[in-house]
Design a protein around this ligand. Structure first.
Ligand code: ZN
Length: 292
């Protein structure tokens, strides 16, 4: 839910660099021989990106590394070009891979920066938008590599929906309105302890496909539960501030204070923080509550 700039590489760059780094000359020849077929397949990915229907691209069967999936290339060869030729490379392919991960600026684009990208000093994980287990053709396509937190990476899992309405959002390639318009909402439950519920509320003007896609994305990334639990840890210090330093604020001033936080320009529009603070500011009960 955070737009990312596409990696600054031509589609075939990472393929070329990882093939160039192969020690096995026969295998290298085979990859070079199949290059035109790979370029064609990457062209089909670009066409799918126009219509946002990646789910229709040809799938390989689960397992079966010996299956021929593209030209004369085996599934296992393509997957290992990524595992060995990119991730374990010590040269240019690995640098490109790290550069792709750095593009997230430490915030996972799928959840809008909820999840840990890795330990301090680490670069986190890269998710194959189209999983390499089913789409080995795109294992080293830069546009198919998206930096992601561990939770989203796991949540998306090794599968990809066959129904176009269930496809997750693509941070480089998807429609602008997913990243610029509000489609998450929250409501404050006047209960003790306080509970904030999060849900999807997409604009009625959107095509049905896009409305279904944000719902599917919200679910795949487990955002309802993750937002709720994040809200919980945010509310405890906020309420204790309201009881102490913010006590001098009238309910109207407190609402203003919440709105300033909600509207911090760097926050993703559908991220947990903006959604939470907008809901708190909109709750008359919360703004007027005497937490003493
Ligand atoms: Zn995430």
């Amino acid at each position: 839910m955070k737009r990312l700039d596409a990696p600054p590489y031509a589609s075939i760059n990472l393929y070329d660099e990882s093939v160039a780094g192969l020690g096995d000359e026969l295998l290298k020849k085979k990859f070079l021989h199949n290059r035109p077929t790979v370029v064609e397949a990457y062209g089909r990915f670009d066409e799918s990106s126009q219509t946002k229907t990646w789910c229709d691209l040809p799938r390989a069967a689960h397992g079966n590394p010996e299956a021929i999936v593209l030209g004369s290339l085996l599934k296992g060869e393509l997957v290992s070009l990524y595992d060995e030729g990119v991730v374990k490379s010590k040269g240019k392919p690995r640098n490109m891979y790290d550069q792709i991960k750095l593009g997230a600026h430490d915030e996972c684009p799928y959840c809008g920066g909820m999840g840990e990208m890795g330990e301090v000093g680490e670069l986190g994980t890269a998710d194959h938008f189209l999983p390499k287990a089913y789409f080995p053709t795109y294992a080293v396509l830069p546009l198919n590599l998206v930096p992601a937190c561990q939770v989203c990476n796991k949540g998306m899992g090794g599968s990809f929906p066959t129904d176009e309405n269930s496809q997750p959002l693509h941070p480089y390639l998807d429609e602008d309105h997913f990243f610029l318009e509000k489609w998450t909402s929250a409501s404050v439950r006047n209960e003790d302890p306080l509970v904030v519920d999060f849900e999807v509320k997409s604009p009625a003007s959107w095509p049905e496909k896009d409305r279904q896609r944000v719902t599917a994305h919200f679910k795949a990334c487990k955002l309802e539960a993750r937002y709720r639990s994040r809200a919980w840890t945010e509310l405890t210090p906020l309420i204790s501030q309201r009881k102490s330093t913010l006590r001098i604020f009238s309910s109207e001033q407190f609402r203003e204070h919440l709105l300033v936080i909600a509207n911090e320009p760097n926050l993703p529009i559908n991220g947990w923080k903006r959604t939470l603070y907008s809901a708190l500011a909109a709750s008359q009960w919360f703004c007027e509550a005497d937490f003493a």
